[in-house]
Design a protein around this ligand. Structure first.
Ligand code: TYD
Length: 205
């Protein structure tokens, strides 16, 4: 497949401030007149959003959770990500497969080899061109979450779970340094946005 567009993903522990920066990215790309599609996982399609509701609220085994994440992802890739990349759009996904490694392998202990199999099956050679990782010490992200109402099942998990997710994300960033940009969410919003702008300019030139 020859992608004409760019595939950008956003990752991080819950409470690391992704949401704040999504608005900034949307405005920045609009100002540049760049055609983009903002989407999310789990979700992004009608079926995917129904699966999101189940995934974020129902208890299930970690393996079932992993397979449902990839079922939603398969729809998402087929209906949204690939067609838009083929038509030359910038596709930005609020989470993608790195989250399955961080949450289901890092957080819940699913074997990485099992995730590798699903990844190869569902994704083939499709990879993000750029991944922003919003990184924050877990003590701080959990303090932020405490102030949020209606926490989902992942956000209600304990500190150890979130520590393992952060660790796994940082390991992924290290292993795939060519596409990851780690953003220190303790920095000011302006500093982070300056870094995002630089990397977007570089990726989209
Ligand atoms: P999130 O992206 O944090 O959305 P919001 O900001 O609206 O809370 O919620 C999605 C949750 O799903 C998040 O806790 C991480 C989890 N998740 C996985 O566990 N595995 C995955 O593969 C994906 C894509 C998400």
């Amino acid at each position: 497949m020859n992608n004409l567009g760019k595939f950008i993903t956003l990752e991080g522990v819950d409470g690391a401030g992704k949401t704040t920066h999504i608005e900034f990215i949307k405005n920045y790309l609009s100002d540049l007149g760049i055609h983009y599609v903002m989407t999310r996982e789990p979700g992004g399609t009608l079926l995917g959003e129904r699966l999101r509701d189940i995934l974020l609220h129902d208890e299930m085994t970690p393996e079932t959770e992993t397979m449902l994440m990839f079922a939603a992802r398969n729809e998402h890739i087929d209906k949204v990500i690939r067609p838009n990349l083929l038509s030359g759009a910038v596709v930005i996904s609020d989470r993608f497969t790195d989250a399955s490694y961080a949450y289901q392998a890092g957080g819940k202990g699913v074997k990485e080899e099992k995730i590798d199999i699903l990844k190869n099956w569902v994704q083939g050679s499709l990879q993000p061109d750029l991944t922003f990782l919003f990184d924050l010490p877990v003590e701080i992200s959990m303090e932020r979450l405490k102030k949020t109402k209606n926490l989902d099942k992942f956000e209600r998990e304990n500190k150890n779970f979130h520590e393992n997710i952060r660790k796994k994300y940082l390991m992924l960033a290290n292993a795939c340094a060519e596409r990851f940009v780690v953003l220190d969410s303790q920095k000011s919003i302006e500093e982070i946005q300056c870094q995002i702008k630089l990397k977007l300019d570089e990726a989209l030139k």
